[in-house]
Design a protein around this ligand. Sequence first.
Ligand code: ZN
Length: 352
Amino acid sequence: MGRRSCVKAAALCAVGVLAASGCAGGGQDDEGGGGDRLSVATGAYPLQWLTEQVGGDRVEVQNLADPGTDPHELELSPRQIGTVSSADIAFYIGGLQPAVDDAVADQGGGNGLDVAELVELRTLEENAESGGHEHGGDGEGHEDGHGGEGDSHDDDHGSGGDEAANESGDAHDHGHDAGEPDPHMWLDTERFARAAEGLADRLGEVDPEHASDYADNAETVTGLLDEIDTEYSTGLAECESRDIVVSHSAFGYLAARYDLHQISPAGLDSHSEPSPGRLAEIAETVREEDITTVFTEPLSDSGAAETIAEEAGAETAVLDPIEGVADASAGDDYPSLMRANLDTLSEALRCS
Ligand SMILES: [Zn+2]
């Protein structure tokens, strides 16, 4: 209970005045008030949650992104840069938040732990191509669904390969993301579990006395993530549709893992602006493929998804990329949000 209120306090603190002494203090003056707890600065909510699980009471977590905002747009105040530089560990996903990448590189003094060092990140294209393969197909014949159902499917992230880069206007909208690593790895439970183990190792290096506690905690998180993974595999095994039309390309790992097909008007970054032509094209796919639901997000502008739904006569539902937690969120932590997403997917894709 103590930990929970502490987290709440930290979250509140991040919302407004970072200088508010009571809560922002922990990592700033950890020589003094922080006692012997380790301080870990995290870039985005999923890493905050993971660090709280693995670090337990021994670690003070300071998340840099306001819990109710889109982490892609994060900018850091000088004080937050100070938080990065004074932390024992700065835990982040390279490429998700350029401001954090820069702060760690310039001010971190070697305290950075990039998730990309712990797990292999894939590009959107690699995720799109691997749908169903990584997880061992369940024999439902979904694996070759992409190629067989018409051209509309081949267009979604410019997966036509080299051609995407040559479409001058479109390249900015989605083509430019094709070769970059997709940072949304937390939506892949297995990668997220590997990140928990890597974090436990690093915490154990900084604080060898409690290394076995961190390892035990990581094992507990891994067990929970395995459970969620099983719920997804079971829940999404038999569905009438496997196409997910989403607001930005956050669900590549999730789609690859459970053999879904992500269709998105925007790239990896939530504020890339889709062209009207792209929206019309997706709306047509929605109609042709009998897609009943277009997914919006709680934290960032989902205007493009709403336009598509309206044009195609489809419904909308919220599928949360879990980039933060807000009052409007369907849950209050990573597991509850993952499970809410599974319910949403099962209903929208008509899974039995
Ligand atoms: Zn995102």
